[in-house]
Structures are given as structure tokens and as C-alpha cells.
Design a protein around this ligand. Structure first.
Ligand code: AMP
Length: 482
């Protein structure tokens, strides 16, 4: 491992590839040097050409070099690291322990449970013609089945940091044979306060290993992490930061604050929309909207941090298989969700952190498909809208829906933000995007004052952002807040 510092985007020892044209870099997967079994699995999955991140990252990973990749969800980044890892591991002889147990050879860390589950599903899909073993571990579910499964030995482990450390603490995980480490959505892991856990996990890994860091953004924090983690990395970057997907049609429908729900129902029913992902700013708002949609005979479920893992998985499963028409989500709960070919994203409430808008609409128009992102904007949200337009460097077309013309007599009202939302800067001097600003999103109850937090001495405080202690509840704590 190297401790040399990294200056982005140019570093002498690094090679930078940039591309925004999927066609230009499209070649067959076999041309990238992947084995026949892997190419067959990819073809079975229905992919014909690698995406830009795949064209660029796969040869680098196959060469054994460290990688710093700037890529958002939706670019095909998961296959970008999964395919070459499967190739490398299947071409090397496994060193079994004295007891004959297979060691953990690749460790993939993700910020959220949903993303961990999705990544492991990809490992299984692409590795289906290979004899490699994989599993996923995350918190919020019974630990015992995970313990039993780990006993048998697993080569590729996908995990969220909190539950991984729980297993380590209980002496059930040996990470000393890890050959490849992946930090997926590293910027989100930092946003979510996982830095201490990550450092702890790094200290358990062997020094000699290959490191792959994927991040949507290169903030100063990511650069700092990259410089301690990566050894002369190749840097690849496929989408400019904060760029909204070109294939997403974005529209704003101005509407009075009290008529948003009516407009949403109108849009869903008149256009017969299916698979609509709707965003609210708060957990409470998500639950309330679900109830209201039920009254309008629209099948909807909410996904947010107050829902049990089982409820979240159930809602996501129904949404993915098409049996759930509307999924209402809060920002952080929706992170990393990969729902293929999602046609509609609706911002029922605009986010107060403009970068979240980019993440939200990134749920549609994925992997080359077109999509539609609609924002229902009331007078109170004008400032949020102008912040978003500033960030994405374009103004969004506005369209009044007949029958929903705004009432000129209505006066704007301030949107009550939670204590922590008010305290955190929205944008700041930490690179193009400020992960600190994202902490402001931890309090979703923007209509009510921030809930008191327990500090480490057990005293209640509503002032500071309390970094939760890592424990069995760590994962659930994070997810409860989102
Ligand atoms: P990701 O960025 O890894 O979350 O992937 C986003 C979506 O793109 C997922 O639904 C993948 O199944 C899909 N995908 C990944 N690679 C390709 C490819 N080469 N061609 C078409 N779709 C892909």
C-alpha cells in the first residue's frame, strides 16, 4: 500500500481516460480479455457492448493495477469491477487454510444494504459459469444465517461496513487473505460517516493487495482516502460531476402546495404510469403520501430508514417485478437502488440539497435508456429550484398542467428544515460536491424540529451531528435515519 499523495485529476504516475460517448468506446466484452465463461454470462444477461466505464476499468483491473474510478450508479460500474475480479480470481489457485477452508479473496464494501444485495446478485449473475463462491452480509437482519454461511468459506464477500465489523469482532471473519478490495460508492460511504469503519477494515487487510475505489465525485475527502489507499492508481472518469443524464427528460410542473397530491394522482392516472419512483424530503411525508395514494386507489409503498429491512426488501421486490405501481422514497433510502429501465421519477418535493436532485433523477435514463424526471414545484420551493438549476447549469422547462394553474393570491411560506439541515452548509469548499453538506440530509423530518440524539455519554443533544458508535446497531442506525 502506498501513502503517496494524489492530486486529481492529473497525477504523473496515473493514466487518465475520459469518455462520454458510449458508442465510441463500445467493443465486445471478449476483446477486453475476459474469459469465455464470463463473456457467456454477460451475453446471457443481454449485454452486447461494454459501457464506457467497463471498457476503461476492466483492462486496468485485469492488469492488476489499482484503480480510481469516477462513475455514478447507472453507468454499469458494478460489472466494471465484478467481471475482472471474477476473471482474476478464477485464474489463480486458491490458497486454502490448514483446515481446508477457502479464504475471503475479494472484499467489496458498499454504503447501503440494498446496494450490497444488488452487487452480490451481479457477482452471482456474471459468475454463474464459474465455481467461485460469494455472499452478502449487511445489518438489520438476523446474523446467524450469515455466521453459518461464513463457516463454509466464501471467496467474494460483499458487505456493508457495520455488520462486517460485527463479524470481525466476534472472531468469525478473517480478512488476511484478501487479494482485491473494492470501495463502491466511496463518496456515499464517507457521507454516511463510515470513514472510521473503513479505516478499521483497512487495518485488517494484507498490505499486498489490489485496490479499486469507485466514487461519483472526487471531493477532497475522497482524494485523501484515495491517497492513503491506492498505489499509483490508474484514474478513469466517465461522467462529469453533477451532470444530469442526457437521456432524461426533465420538466417542472408548478403547482400550489396543497394540490400536489391531486396533481400526482392526475398524472399517474391520465398517463397510466407504471413503476413511478416518487421522492419526498421526509420519512413522515413518504408515509403520508402512500396513505393518500391508497385513498386514490393507487398501489404505493414507502421505502425509508424507519422501515424494517424485510419491509424495504419486500417493497423493492414488488416494485422491480412490476406489481407495485408507485414506490415513495426518501433520498438516502433510494441511494444505490438499481431498478432497470425505470421510466418515471417524480420529485414530489424538491430536495433542499441540490446534489440530491442529480442522484434522484439518475434513477431513470439508465444504461442508455431514456426516462422522464418530473418535479412538482410549489412557490415555497423556488430557492431549491434555483439552487438545482445553478448546479446543473441549465434552467428546467416549466409547464402548467391544465386545471392545476397556480393561484396568484397564495403567498410563499418558509419550509421548515430540521435543526441539522439548517446547521450544515448546503454547498461548500470541499471540491465540487461537499460530502459534509450531505450530512444535512440525515434529518429527514424537515417539517418538524430535529429529533434529539443521544451522545456517547447518553445525554440528549439536538445540536451536533452525532457520529454513531459502531455496533450491531450501526447499520440499522444509519438506515433508520434514511
Ligand atoms: P450500475 O451502474 O452498475 O448500477 O448499472 C446500471 C444498470 O446498467 C444495471 O441495470 C445493469 O444491469 C446495466 N448494465 C450494466 N452493464 C451493461 C451493459 N454493458 N449494457 C447494458 N446494460 C448494462
Amino acid at each position: 500500500m502506498s501513502s503517496s499523495s494524489i492530486t486529481l485529476p492529473v497525477k504523473k504516475s496515473s493514466v487518465i481516460h475520459k469518455s462520454s460517448n458510449p458508442i465510441a468506446s463500445a467493443q465486445g466484452f471478449s476483446a477486453l480479455g475476459l474469459s469465455e465463461q464470463i463473456v457467456r454470462a454477460v451475453v446471457d444477461r443481454g449485454y452486447t457492448n461494454p459501457t464506457p466505464i467497463q471498457s476503461q476499468a476492466i483492462p486496468v483491473v485485469l492488469s492488476g493495477r489499482d484503480l480510481l474510478a469516477g462513475a455514478q450508479t447507472g453507468t454499469g460500474k458494478t460489472a466494471g469491477f465484478t467481471l475482472p475480479i471474477l476473471h482474476l480470481l478464477s485464474h489463480k489457485v486458491v490458497k486454502r487454510s490448514a483446515t481446508g477452508k477457502i479464504p475471503i479473496r475479494a472484499l467489496i464494501l458498499t454504503p447501503t444494504r440494498e446496494l450490497a444485495a444488488q452487487v452480490e446478485e451481479s457477482v452471482q449473475t456474471y459468475g454463474k459459469h464459474l465455481p467461485l463462491t460469494s455472499m452478502v452480509i449487511y445489518g438489520g437482519v438476523n446474523i446467524n444465517p450469515q455466521i453459518n454461511r461464513l463457516r463454509g468459506g466464501v471467496e467474494i464477500l460483499v458487505a456493508t461496513p457495520g455488520r462486517l465489523l460485527d463479524h470481525v469482532q466476534q472472531g468469525r471473519l478473517d480478512l488476511s487473505q484478501v487479494e482485491i478490495l473494492v470501495l463502491d460508492e466511496a463518496d456515499r460511504m464517507l457521507d454516511m460517516g463510515f470513514i472510521r469503519d473503513i479505516k478499521r477494515i483497512l487495518s485488517l487487510l494484507p498490505k499486498q493487495r489490489q485496490n479499486l475505489l469507485f466514487s461519483a465525485t472526487f471531493s477532497n475527502e475522497i482524494k485523501a482516502l484515495a491517497s492513503t489507499l491506492l498505489n499509483q492508481p490508474v484514474i478513469v472518469e466517465v461522467a462529469s460531476q453533477n451532470a444530469t443524464a442526457d437521456l432524461v427528460t426533465q420538466r417542472v410542473f408548478p403547482v400550489d402546495r396543497d394540490r400536489k397530491r391531486e396533481l400526482l394522482t392526475h398524472l399517474i392516472k391520465t398517463h397510466n404510469w407504471y413503476q413511478v419512483l416518487v421522492f419526498t424530503r421526509t420519512k413522515h411525508g413518504a408515509d403520508r403520501l402512500v396513505k393518500q395514494l391508497h385513498q386514490d386507489d393507487i398501489v404505493a409503498m414507502a421505502i425509508h430508514g424507519n422501515k424494517s429491512q424485510a419491509a424495504r426488501t419486500r417493497a423493492l421486490g414488488k416494485f422491480k417485478d412490476g406489481s407495485l405501481q408507485v414506490l415513495v422514497a426518501t433520498d438516502i433510502a433510494a441511494r444505490g437502488l438499481d431498478i432497470s429501465e425505470l421510466p418515471h421519477v417524480v420529485n414530489y418535493e424538491l430536495p433542499n440539497v441540490p446534489e440530491d436532485y442529480v442522484h434522484r433523477i439518475g434513477r431513470t435514463g439508465r444504461a442508455g435508456l431514456s426516462g422522464e424526471a418530473i418535479s412538482l414545484v410549489c412557490l415555497d420551493e423556488r430557492k431549491f429550484l434555483s439552487d438545482i438549476e445553478k448546479l446543473i447549469k441549465r434552467s428546467l422547462p416549466q409547464e402548467i398542467i391544465t386545471g392545476f394553474e397556480t393561484d396568484p393570491l397564495i403567498k410563499p411560506e418558509p419550509i421548515q428544515l430540521g435543526q441539522r439541515q439548517k446547521q450544515q452548509p448546503r454547498r461548500g469548499g470541499h471540491g465540487d460536491r461537499n460530502p459534509i453538506a450531505k450530512l444535512s440530509n440525515l434529518s429527514e423530518d424537515s417539517k418538524s424540529p430535529a429529533k434529539p440524539q443521544r451522545n456517547q455519554s447518553g445525554k440528549s443533544t439536538s445540536k451536533s451531528v452525532v457520529q454513531p458508535k459502531r455496533s450491531e446497531h450501526r447499520d440499522s442506525h444509519h438506515n433508520r435515519n434514511r
